[in-house]
Design a protein around this ligand. Sequence first.
Ligand code: ATR
Length: 279
Amino acid sequence: MKLTGKAKIAGVMGWPISHTRSPRLHGYWLDKYRIDGAYVPFAVPPERIEQAIHALPALGLRGANVTVPYKETAARAVDRLDEAARRTGAVNCIVVDNDGSLEGRNTDAYGFVTHLTTSARNWRADGGPAVVIGAGGAARAIVFGLIEAGVPEIRLVNRTRDRSEVLAEAIGGPITVIDWVSRETSLDDANLLVNTTTLGMAGQPALTLDLERLPELATVADIVYTPLLTPLLAAAKARGNTIVDGLGMLLHQARPAFATWFGIDPEVDEDLRRFVMAE
Ligand code: ATR
């Protein structure tokens, strides 16, 4: 990569940041489209995150992604929010506008729904209820995305019920809060099941959930992508459900950000998936 003085620069802020695959992902596209630009990981400690966000225009950066644990802080630090960021209370993408002001966007909701609709072709938003497991930051984006897509009912199941209630109140719409102990009965007639927790990730316990009551035509999605085939997805696949892995959400949330910062709408394809997953 050879950068000129006109290079377009963006990056990702998080703490820790060493595990993020975003530089690999954006770096692949920068090379593929021969763009004079760079995408840099920034390890920003908690006491400096606001300072770092406000430094973006002074440094001439096009913007930055924001990842764990700063998505809510970023929503408070920017000048404007798009609709998805306002409704979810979380920003994963900051764009520096021409006048130096900061716009906070949430492209996670778009990324999840785009991946779902492109990889589970038989899934339809109006096909029935969705069961969403978890009520953290990722769940907020997914619940918002599903409601925007037209899902008629969201059954929100979280270990800590209070968090589901806060989420349901903040986002609004057809959300029913379900107790953790009732997670299996909530699968009756469901058209979609989504795990938004870290359960099933390498080094974490699996999600304990018997899928017996889930219709065979339902689609099962996981946001975990290490491993790509989580215990939940393996169990769903074995009984014939359509499965959607977690990698596509990461790839698709990056597309609109890349297009805004670097001026080309990049392609999500199998080569990219392989490249991002390879160590
Ligand atoms: P993120 O912003 O990435 O979604 P988070 O806000 O820490 O991360 O949310 C993690 C989610 O995983 C939460 O829904 C959490 O449940 P609680 O709200 O009860 O903490 C869920 N989670 C994590 N470990 C869990 C476990 N062992 N059993 C059940 N749920 C778990």
